[in-house]
Design a protein around this ligand. Structure first.
Ligand SMILES: NC(=O)C1=CN([C@@H]2O[C@H](COP(=O)(O)OP(=O)(O)OC[C@H]3O[C@@H](n4cnc5c(N)ncnc54)[C@H](O)[C@@H]3O)[C@@H](O)[C@H]2O)C=CC1
Ligand SMILES: NCCCC(=O)O
Length: 482
């Protein structure tokens, strides 16, 4: 189905049938080498005119696109829910952080500047911050629209062109973004969407005219993307997986800590890279905390994600559901206690009965060496671990190959900052979790990747610095009068 048609159906609310489990919402063709070459060729042409525009001109187009996204928020969110399965409530939040990202980089587009340096004898130098060229964005399936915006907004603001490949599991919403960008005034070809899986991704990474790759996905695929990019000496941004710790001290505000733990584990059915799935709770409050967490988790409304009061929809697909349930099974085998959930969920609505639903899971009696505590599950499974001292919990929290995020709940302000400084992670939340204001950089340490999305610093990842030396005197040559 052509995407314009799909969007019109959403606007007219004629997509009711997509609530039928396993119904086809769109059929799209994979892009092969030929289509990738064409996309790169068109992007190169568009780059020529776009990169010559002033920052203010680029800013106006991005602001118009942000306005259109805001205006079409409900239609885009509905599409995203159909695309991914997350609740409509959450899709709306994703659309908000998407237009906010465009607005933010529109604001920075005109401020891209170099510096002026005075040198001996009146000579001077200056630097110019210049775009890279044709950038590639490769996205995961958990935040399809948001990832497309978080990658394209800074790239385009800096004067680059972008070719974006969404995950083949969620191919639709990036197309809406392409339409919006074009209507907002971007030259055709400046933001291209190509569809496909690993092969298409490889064509993109290996293309000699691609200047940079920004990737969101798993560590094994990120490794391959980096290898391919290394062959072409291309810079990469890697937003990879995680197994983040959430540390709850006994002096915390318990009510907030419980809410934080749910937000850290159950958004988007737990399929969030930065989730705080290793929940370390200080011994004195572990019983009170666990009781309240279980009570609140039991109340999460699971079901049709298009309904206003649903907070948990289905997982992305059947193999992934099986994989997540497999982690729960192995946790039990290794001695963990399933205090709540962790099983297949069959909604009462007969249309949903074959959906990929599961109940959110709380595991206790966990040890650091268990698979559920060491490996990224990417599903709604929270492991609760007990600790006694700050030094002990820091050592255990950092004992992971990942370093995407962490959280700490405490009323002791000095401890909060001390712990944040010691945690080996790219983002640390104090007394909250999983809030992603676009003004703040987001990205990982260790195997969770490098480079950043959002924040002012991302301008540096989508531009390069040229130094210009200006001689105000004569050339002094060592070869003169020899
Ligand atoms: N740090 C972050 O910001 C985020 C990280 N993730 C991580 O992503 C994973 C889940 O997402 P998935 O889509 O399953 O990851 P994935 O690594 O399987 O796929 C990600 C993207 O790479 C493409 N791809 C697959 N093989 C490729 C290859 N050889 N060359 C180039 N591209 C290729 C896929 O088609 C998809 O678009 C989890 O591990 C999660 O932690 C997910 C979202 C955000
Ligand atoms: N809004 C949080 C982004 C995290 C992720 O892409 O998984």
């Amino acid at each position: 189905m052509e995407h314009r048609v799909l969007r019109e159906l959403v606007e007219k609310q004629e997509l009711v049938d997509t609530r039928e489990v396993e119904s086809v919402i769109a059929t799209l063709q994979c892009s092969g080498q030929k289509e990738v070459n064409l996309a790169v060729k068109n992007a190169k042409i568009a780059f020529k005119s776009w990169s010559k525009k002033s920052g203010m001109e680029r800013s106006r187009v991005l602001l118009e696109a942000a306005r259109m996204i805001k205006e079409q928020k409900d239609a885009i969110a509905t599409m995203e829910t159909i695309n991914n399965g997350k609740s409509l409530f959450e899709s709306r939040l994703d659309v908000d952080t998407s237009w906010q990202c465009l607005e933010y980089y529109a604001g920075l587009a005109a401020s891209m500047a170099g510096e002026h340096v005075q040198l001996l004898g009146g000579s001077f130098g200056y630097t110019r911050r210049e775009p890279l060229g044709v950038c590639v964005g490769i996205g995961a399936w958990n935040y399809p629209f948001q990832i497309a915006c978080w990658k394209s907004a800074p790239a385009l603001a800096c004067g680059n062109a972008m070719i974006f490949k969404p995950s083949p599991f969620t191919p639709v919403s990036a197309l809406l973004l392409a339409e919006i960008y074009t209507k907002a005034g971007m030259p055709p070809g400046l933001f291209n969407v190509v569809q496909g899986g690993a092969a298409t991704g490889q064509f993109l990474c290996q293309h000699p005219d691609v200047a940079k790759v920004s990737f969101t996905g798993s560590v094994p695929t990120g490794t391959k993307v980096m290898e391919m990019s290394a062959k072409g000496i291309k810079p990469v941004t890697l937003e990879l997986g995680g197994k983040s710790p959430l540390i709850i001290f006994s002096d915390c505000n318990l009510e907030n800590a419980v809410k934080g733990a749910l937000v850290a584990n159950f958004l988007t059915q737990g399929q969030v890279c930065c989730n705080g799935t290793r929940v370390f709770v200080q011994k004195g409050i572990i019983d009170a905390f666990t009781k309240e967490v279980v009570e609140q988790t039991q109340r999460i409304k699971i079901g049709d994600p298009l309904l206003e009061d649903t907070r948990m929809g289905p997982l992305i697909n059947a193999p992934h559901l099986e994989r997540v349930l497999g982690f729960v099974k192995s946790a039990k085998e290794q001695g963990a206690t399933v205090l709540y959930g962790g099983s297949l969920y069959v909604p009462t609505d007969p249309k949903l009965k074959h959906g990929y639903y599961m109940t959110p899971c709380i595991l206790t009696n966990c040890r650091d060496d268990m698979t559920c505590v060491r490996e990224e599950i990417f599903g709604p499974v929270m492991s609760i671990l007990s600790f006694e001292t700050e030094a002990e919990v820091l050592e255990r929290a950092n004992a992971s190959p990942y370093g995407l995020a962490a959280g700490v709940f405490t009323r002791d302000v000095q401890r909060a900052h001390r712990v944040a400084a010691e945690l080996q992670v790219g983002t640390c939340y104090i007394n909250n979790y999983n809030v992603s204001p676009v003004e703040l950089p987001f990205g990982g340490y260790k195997k969770s990747g490098f480079g950043r999305e959002n924040g002012r610093v991302t301008i540096e990842y989508y531009s390069q610095l040229k130094t210009v030396y200006v001689e105000m005197g004569d050339v002094e040559s060592p070869f003169e009068n020899q």
